[in-house]
Design a protein around this ligand. Structure first.
Ligand code: COI
Length: 354
């Protein structure tokens, strides 16, 4: 742990908190009073600073803009019933962040900078943690290359930052999903398993085309046959088929190892469901639907939490569901919310006390 004196803290003279309507918080629109910033140069991380949220001054030759050495994480802070602030599983996000860093040939961020820096920042802005159901403080750690040179090479300098954004649910209504068969998110040996900014940039076109057809997101399929399902735009995906819950496995390194995905698997098992992590094809999903066995389907993600899918479209075949009758998804959502908001005992040490 780094001591408080190791973080240079400059507090804002005037909080913006009064300007924000905490009953209406679209995802990622508002930012708290402070941000964390630390630069990497000469092979080491420099002084960690927390200062008022503000614009950065950056060179137009910034390496990250040109070649995409940029990664991020999504984490959330909650308050329990007594108003004590907690962060949900930040160590898991820390580990994934450094996996992303290694894959993108960026320096790893030391645990004390990531964890203690996040703790101090959230502690300073803890009044921004909403207490409304389904609301939270979204934490966005990110790192990008800051070299001012347009030659293609791993940069020598980087900036690691953390922003905080009070937010409501990413998807407030059940979702409509389009199975993508032309564009590809990830291939073996690629960067599908890491949270690189480019993964999201490359998803924009397919998602925009799906939106034109009336869908919220695409369900990505494998790059060879477009048969094996991978993940949805901002979420991992689960299918309740018969009495089993199936979710694509991580072995091929093409999907994100979601922290909410892992949490959902754990609570589903605790609730008595059999969970299978394995390859699953769109044909298996359609056959299950035709046989009346496809009961529920949902996405998981930090931003999305647990989101119901009320419609799945593959070519001309549309699967529609009456989510009001579902059991598994509301139960998972409730269990996770109860743990996060302190109504259910945290037996796994998921809640990191601030
Ligand atoms: C998250 O769930 O935290 C994400 O990063 C997904 C999205 C908002 C990009």
């Amino acid at each position: 742990m780094i001591a408080a004196m190791d973080v240079q803290v400059t507090k804002t003279g005037k909080s913006k908190i009064g300007e924000v309507d905490f009953n209406n918080l679209p995802f990622g629109k508002y930012f708290t009073d402070h941000m964390l910033e630390v630069d990497y140069a000469d092979g080491e991380w420099k002084t960690v600073s927390i200062r008022p949220y503000q614009n950065l001054s950056l060179s137009p030759a910034l390496a990250a803009i040109h070649y995409g050495q940029a990664i991020f994480e999504g984490v959330k802070a909650y308050k329990d019933r007594e108003g004590n602030p907690f962060i949900f599983r930040p160590l898991d996000n820390f580990k994934r962040f450094n996996l992303s860093a290694e894959r993108m040939r960026m320096p790893v961020v030391p645990e004390e900078i990531f964890m203690e820096g996040m703790r101090q920042l959230v502690s300073l802005d803890k009044d921004w943690i909403p207490m409304k159901n389904d609301y939270s403080l979204y934490i966005r750690p990110f790192m990008f290359a800051t070299d001012e040179v347009i030659g293609v090479k791993p940069a020598d300098t980087y900036k690691f930052m953390i922003l905080l954004s009070p937010t409501g649910p990413y998807y407030s209504a059940p979702m409509r999903i389009y199975v993508e068969e032309h564009y590809t998110r990830a291939a073996p040996g690629g960067i599908g398993f890491v949270k690189a900014a480019g993964n999201y940039g490359s998803s924009m076109l397919a998602t925009a085309l799906a939106k034109e057809k009336g869908y919220d997101q695409v369900l990505w399929t494998d790059p060879f046959e477009h048969k094996y399902v991978q993940e949805i735009g901002t979420m991992n995906v689960f299918f309740v088929i018969g009495d089993k819950v199936i979710t694509p496995d991580l072995a091929a390194g093409m999907i994100l190892e979601g922290v909410t995905r892992d949490s959902a698997i754990e609570v589903l098992k605790e609730m008595g469901y059999t969970v299978e992590e394995r390859p699953i094809t769109i044909d298996e999903i359609i056959n299950a639907h035709k046989a009346g066995e496809l009961k529920e389907l949902f996405g998981t993600g930090t931003a999305a939490t647990v989101s119901m899918i009320e419609e799945l479209r593959y070519k001309d075949y549309t699967m529609k569901f009456d989510t009001a009758t579902w059991k598994a998804v509301p139960a998972v959502k409730k269990m996770l919310t109860d743990i996060r908001e302190g109504r259910k005992e945290d037996t796994r040490g998921w809640m990191f006390k601030i």
